[in-house]
Design a protein around this ligand. Structure first.
Ligand code: SER
Length: 316
């Protein structure tokens, strides 16, 4: 059954996209997973990315053209502006994050594709949300453009499921950390940069304060959660807005201490900027028992295990 699926990943050059394409291709085969991004790739990159299409998610006709060309059955929509970048260009972030989603949801509503994956985020929560072990259902008053777009997106996903029977699935990703691709424009990006700087310079200036604890997840866990959710039987996916998802939680001080076990001379300093305010409005830890109960989710990486793996690969 799986062999017949043809998958389009929109935003394949982003932090999650590259790894997700890789993960999906090991399951479905190279030719069945079409990578796409707004970026034109040079010839070398094209060879590894192929099949690849240049695509602006705001161009619905172009998405439709690709869907028809490859007989696409599923879309993973990853193109979005993240929290810090969105604050610099609120209206464009709103346009991209919302209309990109509508373009894809409408293709499913019109019956052209069967399944949609769209990522939500811990940014759907806000300063009035309980911050420790944040429940699935709780107060949600996001105060960033990114968070507002993700929360609104969740409402529309649930609406399309209820009204039009669109099989759309979503996860509220925590901050994602991986060694294969750089993050771009998020508040949790420090937790990736810190590893690179530890190797290169044995020091790092952090843009968040030392005790700012945030929910985080290692990329292999995030990819596994995404594919597990998409493979779950439809009846098991009881939440059609987005599932809470938890990996680990740590502060800059705690990750610095862990890094010191690899690089004893590593030094961290703190110079919080505007991203501090965003981080302060987000949860410290997440209760993901709904994901555990509904489709058997369990994270495999904690801070120590992730750090060992990050350094193993980055030092190479
Ligand atoms: N990592 C994202 C960000 O910081 C959260 O979804 O914007």
């Amino acid at each position: 059954m799986k062999a017949k699926e043809k998958i389009l990943v929109i935003g394949s050059s982003g932090q999650i996209g590259g790894e997700l394409v890789e993960g999906l291709r090991t399951i479905y085969g190279q030719e069945s997973v079409i990578a796409s991004d707004i970026k034109d790739l040079d010839n070398d990159a094209l060879i590894t990315a192929a099949p690849y299409e240049t695509l602006n998610v705001l161009d619905k006709n172009r998405i439709f053209e690709i869907v028809q060309k490859y007989e696409i059955t599923q879309i993973y929509l990853l193109a979005a502006l993240l929290s810090a970048t969105a604050e610099k260009n609120p209206m464009f972030a709103w346009d991209l994050n919302m209309n990109g989603l509508f373009n894809v949801l409408d293709l499913a509503k019109e019956g052209h594709i069967k399944k949609v994956y769209w990522p939500s985020s811990i940014a759907v929560f806000g300063p009035t949300t309980p911050r420790v072990n944040t429940p699935q259902y709780t107060i949600m008053e996001p105060n960033t453009v990114y968070g507002i777009s993700k929360q609104t997106g969740e409402r529309w996903c649930e609406y399309y499921f209820n009204k039009y029977n669109v099989d759309v699935r979503s996860l509220r990703y925590p901050g994602l950390i991986g060694y294969k691709s750089a993050p771009g424009g998020g508040t949790t990006d420090y937790a990736v940069h810190i590893y690179h700087e530890a190797i290169k310079h044995q020091q790092y200036e952090c843009f968040l304060s030392e005790n700012t604890s945030l929910p985080m997840m290692y990329m292999p866990d995030a990819i596994k959660a995404t594919i597990d959710l998409m493979h779950a039987e439809a009846e098991k996916v009881k939440i059609r807005s987005a599932y809470n998802l938890s990996g680990m939680s740590f502060s800059p001080k705690e990750i610095a201490l862990e890094i010191c076990t690899h690089f004893p001379t590593f030094k961290i300093s703190y110079n919080p900027d505007s991203r501090q305010q965003i981080a302060d409005s987000w949860p410290q830890s997440i209760d993901d028992s709904a994901a555990q109960n509904d489709w058997g989710w369990k994270a495999q990486y904690d801070l120590k295990k992730m750090s060992n793996d990050m350094f193993k690969h980055l030092i190479k």
